[in-house]
Design a protein. Structure first.
Length: 361
């Protein structure tokens, strides 16, 4: 068996150790004589998995007691509307900072729910950088300020997360949650689809201040209310049990590797291999993101010509690399190096980039 050098943007690589454990437990989980998928979601065996996943998230991210941890479905994309439905009251305004396609999508959905404004946008520079914090248009009357901490498509990332802004921050952390420490108490809410850094697709993590959980207007449908899920420990209806099980295993894997600080160190080393190669290439590889906004999760770059981009991607594919195509909206190349992507994969890509340059310059 050979595992691919997997640089997929999402769904993305999962740790070998997690997949092997799941394989071992597939026919007989915890002496139940069945897989986790076949258990009742009301059984003690499943509930232990469900609760442990929430507890591990609390510990790893140091989530204060006055925040709920919800395990929902519908992806980060549903949170684009569900969050304002629950939090943004009539007459209130939410401030959206636009740093890429995902923040634009979040804004578009919020506009259908309530009043919004744009406190900064990097669109006119093709989303190559994160706006200067001092230049953001903030106002204490904003109910929240929405940011996308890592811009999966453009390869930029907010470098600092310790804000002391005039309003609580709401963050889409789909593509960098658990990659570094987060001062959760400076956020009103954090949400993330699991399929980049947390596990498989199908489960969405929402971390939300308790005071924001019960604010949905009375006409909000039951399934779209945070309090529905909070009151029932995210077991109001059938949860995605297998996805939660894998999430729990990935969290255990992160714990064993030094938690978020361990991940941060590992991710820094991985990203440095690729960015050093770009910077040392004399302009052969051109990073999309400005240096001070670079993502440690998605490394985006171009070669000198479209011809060379194509050739690079074709030869990389031949050599066993998967997922290096840039997002269809921006083209070029992108290496997604989430937590579970190994240093060995990054080393192999670095070697490949160096050899390719030697052969084609
Ligand atoms: C992938 C991604 C999304 C979309 O997530 P879904 O779970 O597919 O809805 C949203 N935001 C960011 C930053 C992403 O990377």
């Amino acid at each position: 068996m050979s595992r691919a050098y997997n640089f997929n943007a999402g769904p993305a690589a999962l740790p070998d150790e997690v997949l092997e454990k799941a394989q071992k437990e597939m026919l007989d989980f915890n002496h139940t004589g069945m897989s986790v998928m076949e258990l009742s979601h009301r059984s003690t065996d499943y509930e232990q998995v469900h609760n442990q996943a929430q507890e591990r998230l609390r510990t790893l991210l140091d989530i204060p007691e006055d925040y709920e941890v919800l395990l929902l479905q519908g992806g980060a994309s549903l949170q684009f509307s569900m969050l304002p439905m629950n939090v943004l009251q009539s007459g209130e305004t939410a401030n959206y900072i636009l740093t890429g396609s995902w923040s634009e999508k979040a804004l578009k959905e919020a506009q259908m729910i309530g009043q919004t404004r744009v406190g900064a946008s990097a669109k006119d520079q093709n989303f190559t950088h994160i706006p200067d914090v001092d230049a953001l248009q903030l106002d204490s009357r904003d109910k929240y300020v929405h940011i996308t901490t890592n811009n999966t498509i453009f390869g930029t990332q907010w470098q600092e997360l310790d804000y002391n802004w005039l309003s609580p921050v709401v963050a889409d952390m789909s593509s960098d949650i658990l990659s570094r420490p987060v001062p959760v108490s400076s956020f009103g809410a954090i949400y993330a689809g699991a399929q980049k850094n947390l596990g498989p697709s199908g489960v969405t993590v929402v971390i939300v201040k308790k005071e924001w959980v019960s604010q949905a207007p009375g006409h909000t449908p039951t399934m779209l209310r945070y309090d529905t899920h909070a009151e029932k420990n995210s077991l109001f209806h059938t949860p995605p049990t297998f996805a939660v099980y894998l999430l729990n295993e990935v969290l255990g894997w992160v714990e064993e590797r030094g938690g978020v600080l361990g991940m941060q160190q590992r991710n820094k080393e991985k990203a440095a291999m690729l960015y050093d190669t770009i910077d040392g290439s004399g302009g052969f590889y051109r990073g999309h993101a400005e240096t001070d906004s670079r993502s440690s999760m998605n490394v985006t770059f171009n070669l000198p010509t479209e011809e060379l981009n194509k050739q690079f991607l074709a030869e990389a594919k031949q050599a066993g690399f998967v997922g290096l195509n840039g997002h269809r909206s921006v083209g070029g190349c992108r290496a997604s190096i989430y937590n579970a992507v190994s240093k060995e994969s990054c080393q192999a890509l670095q070697d490949f980039m160096l050899t390719f340059q030697k052969n084609h310059q």
